[in-house]
Design a protein around this ligand. Structure first.
Ligand code: NAD
Length: 423
């Protein structure tokens, strides 16, 4: 067993494997368990025939990967994007296993995706893609089997269609089959903000640890979708100064701080591209924003943003990974050499799956919690997980990313040994 850097730096599955291998080696994981945890349990490819609005029949390709059900049912989002690939879904599924174990919620890891461009599909086409994808997978999904949630390109409406389609197949309303649903269908208070809130809680802990004052703390956020925009709003409310923000159209930078509530209204109320926000500051590119000087950098857009080619340009003290896999494995050593405090993705963005777990619990109880209750429980989970990672890193002289993987892998490995190997 050896920790090798991926041949293809931009293959996220190879990147995820490299971190797993490195952590497993430090943990002295025995060979059999190593192999068991390295490979996914199941990979499904579905071909989804859908009649488009113009009458033409199109066939979309979709995936669902269950990486592990050792600690509980699979849990993981569904991504709708043109560049979805099986390797990407595999990586995301494995990350879900480690993320759920790290924050100690009773789920395994899964992920799904459909190769399609949501920008180019009408609402009714999206509905048909979603329903047929769900129908093809209905034997594999379920509150005790595998529970999807939103990810890039999907939202609460799509989760409502997943829930309805699954319910029609099993003959009863089954709200707990997906999370991230609308409140009217058994969604949870606080789910929409949960990933951004969890990320803010991690940043609060990190600045406290590094003795940085929140009031003078400068933050840049790449990505202004569910994660990035909610993080921006919550961090702004918490007193941080957000000096940079970017979406796929470009970035904005202003040393004096951006007016985040107005920017939010510009993007979500007025539905305008972020960089066209009037009078906000310098317009820059979506990538360039990552390399401006700040205290906390939050890549919350997509994978492979910080690489061996550009990591030397980072000028931040804390790197808080809102997106999954924003830093390639090749860039890890460069980031570490710059002494940047990393809050790795499987910790930083775990607030979303944590409140998804709360949603699943509430659906199964048929009893719903106040938003303050959800937020309080989320804070407990995030703070405890942050402390565990930092404590492990400090006592074992490893970086926070490897510490997070080790804590998570160890939990899954222990559960696996207790269950034993069937046949
Ligand atoms: P989203 O689709 O809501 O938003 C993505 C944002 O990133 C948009 O603002 C988009 O314009 C921007 N973007 C896309 N490509 C970009 C690029 N190359 N440069 C700059 N900006 C770019 O997605 P999301 O739900 O916010 O997810 C973002 C990331 O967070 C993904 O990696 C996702 O897997 C991860 N994540 C999401 C959740 C969740 O609860 N939504 C939870 C955990 C992790």
């Amino acid at each position: 067993m050896s920790a090798l850097l991926p041949d293809d730096e931009f293959n996220v599955y190879e990147s995820a494997e490299a971190r797993f291998e490195s952590a497993a080696e430090k943990l002295n994981l025995e060979q059999g368990v190593f192999r068991f945890l390295k490979y996914p349990s199941r990979e499904i490819t579905v071909y989804i025939p859908v009649a488009l609005d113009n009458g033409r029949l199109e066939v979309f390709i979709g995936y669902r990967v269950l990486h592990s059900a050792v600690r509980g049912p699979g849990k993981g989002g569904i991504r709708f994007a043109p560049n979805v690939s099986l390797d990407e879904v595999r990586a995301l599924a494995a990350w879900m296993t480690w993320k759920c174990a790290l924050v100690n919620i009773p789920f395994g890891g899964a992920k799904g995706g459909v190769i399609c461009d949501p920008e180019k599909l009408s609402k009714s086409e999206m509905e048909r893609v979603t329903r047929r994808y769900t129908a093809e997978l209905s034997a594999w999904l379920g509150p005790e089997r595998d529970i999807p949630a939103p990810d890039i390109g999907t939202n609460d409406q799509i989760m409502a269609w997943v829930m309805d389609t699954y319910s029609m197949h099993v003959g009863q309303a089954t709200t707990a089959v997906v999370t991230g649903k609308p409140l009217e269908l058994g969604g949870s208070q606080g789910r929409r903000e949960a990933t951004g809130r969890g990320l803010t809680i991690c940043c609060n802990k990190a600045v406290e640890k590094l003795k940085i004052s929140r009031e003078t703390c400068l933050v840049i956020i790449q990505g202004f979708g569910n994660v990035g925009s909610q993080a921006a709003m919550l961090m702004h409310e918490a007193g941080y100064k957000i000096i940079g923000a970017a979406d796929v159209h470009g970035g904005l930078f202003n040393e004096q701080g951006l007016d985040i509530p107005r920017l939010y209204d510009w993007v979500y109320g007025k539905k305008r591209p972020l960089p066209e926000f009037p009078g906000a500051g310098d317009v820059t590119t979506s990538q360039d924003i990552l390399f401006r000087k700040c205290d906390i950098l939050v890549p919350a857009a997509t994978e492979n943003q910080i690489t061996s080619l550009n990591a030397h340009r980072l000028d931040c003290r804390i790197l808080c990974e809102g997106a999954n896999g924003p830093t390639t494995a090749h860039a890890d050593s460069i980031v570490q050499a710059k002494d940047i405090f990393i809050i790795p993705d499987i910790l930083a963005n775990a607030g979303g799956v944590t409140v998804s777990y709360f949603e699943w619990v509430q659906d199964r109880q048929g009893f719903f919690w106040r938003e303050s209750e959800v937020n309080e429980r989320l804070k407990d989970v995030m703070e405890r997980s942050f402390d565990e990672v930092v404590h492990y890193a400090e006592t074992h002289q490893v970086n926070n990313r490897i510490a997070a993987y080790i804590v998570a892998i160890d939990r899954v490995a222990r559960a696996l040994k207790l269950r034993g190997f069937y046949a």
